[in-house]
Design a protein around this ligand. Sequence first.
Ligand SMILES: NC(=O)c1ccc[n+]([C@@H]2O[C@H](COP(=O)([O-])OP(=O)(O)OC[C@H]3O[C@@H](n4cnc5c(N)ncnc54)[C@H](O)[C@@H]3O)[C@@H](O)[C@H]2O)c1
Length: 356
Amino acid sequence: MGVFDRGTGHEQVVFCHDQASGLRAIIAIYSTTLGPALGGTRFYPYASEDDALSDVLNLSRAMAYKAACAGLDLGGGKAVIIGDPATDKTESLLRAYGRFVQSLNGRYFTAADVGTYVEDMDVIGRESTFVTGRSPAHGGAGDSSILTAYGVFQGMRAAAQVAWGKPSLSGRRVGVAGVGKVGHHLVEHLLADGASVLIADVNQAAVDRVRALHPEADVTGPEELVAAPMDVYAPCALGGAISDEVVAVLQAKVVCGAANNQLAHPGIEKQLEDRGVVYAPDYVVNSGGLIQVADEIEGYSEPRARAKATEIFDTTLRIFRLAADEGVPPAVAADRLAERRMAEIGRLRRFWLAER
Ligand SMILES: NC(=O)c1ccc[n+]([C@@H]2O[C@H](COP(=O)([O-])OP(=O)(O)OC[C@H]3O[C@@H](n4cnc5c(N)ncnc54)[C@H](O)[C@@H]3O)[C@@H](O)[C@H]2O)c1
């Protein structure tokens, strides 16, 4: 299906091709209502161009909602490069891509995502000024997973406040599914707060790394984790973690994790609510990484970015309150909050101002 026929409401979708380097990329700008679109570049061996297009359209929309809820003056965008990052990623391909990013003249800022890393942003940054998530050596903020994990922890504290009347995980058991870049930092926050943790990962090396530092962390299999006795379930691996099957066996009272697009299909948020589970919306609690790369645009300040990520606690609480007031699940309340901010702040554009 073509872009227009999908009726997704995107402002602009750009197909980028450089035959010599093999670059095939799609940049999708969902909205620039609040500011320039910001979102990472995913480098992935999509089975078809259609799959790549669907992914970039969904991801860019989610970025607009994430930025709006996080209180940032940014719109939502995302890019995908079709290919296997292990074999297809070359300097010329990345630089060709960088020139396409530059051609949008600041309507889109890129950053790292699945399959791209800080060092790739440095290469893209040789062709474009609209790149964030670069290395500290190039004026960047570096690895975004530290603030992402910190933000998820703040969101989890807010969910604990709603579930148990106290903004602390002390004495709670938290199951962390996926202890990669974000998950292993989250484990550190949880242990420091007095929680006990149960971890699972399909990659034994990731488990071993956590256990080496924190022998008190308990380990189980990825399949077993969801049904294990625990107070909080923290999906920190891939999307779609909360399926019908998972809701049926979940014992946790709170779901709060870093993974994007956790709800496997629309309607799951209602099932969670019906079962009395407090669900902290994924794109709200995992916005610490976006906050970090957004801060880089101003010239990175770690204390300023951390202070902004601390606000995830208040934002998550606000969403739970809005959900209660309006009688909707928190995931719906988060969407409403984002849409209201886009409408209220976007409305101000009708006042003409001379170029600043
Ligand atoms: N890194 C960031 O700043 C950031 C920001 C926002 C959202 N996220 C999201 O958070 C999630 C984790 O990101 P990350 O940067 O830590 O990625 P990562 O690749 O470093 O870690 C993911 C971990 O999950 C494990 N895993 C994969 N499938 C699994 C399964 N079925 N069960 C258990 N473990 C499994 C992997 O082995 C890996 O160790 C992703 O969904 C990502 O999109 C990350």
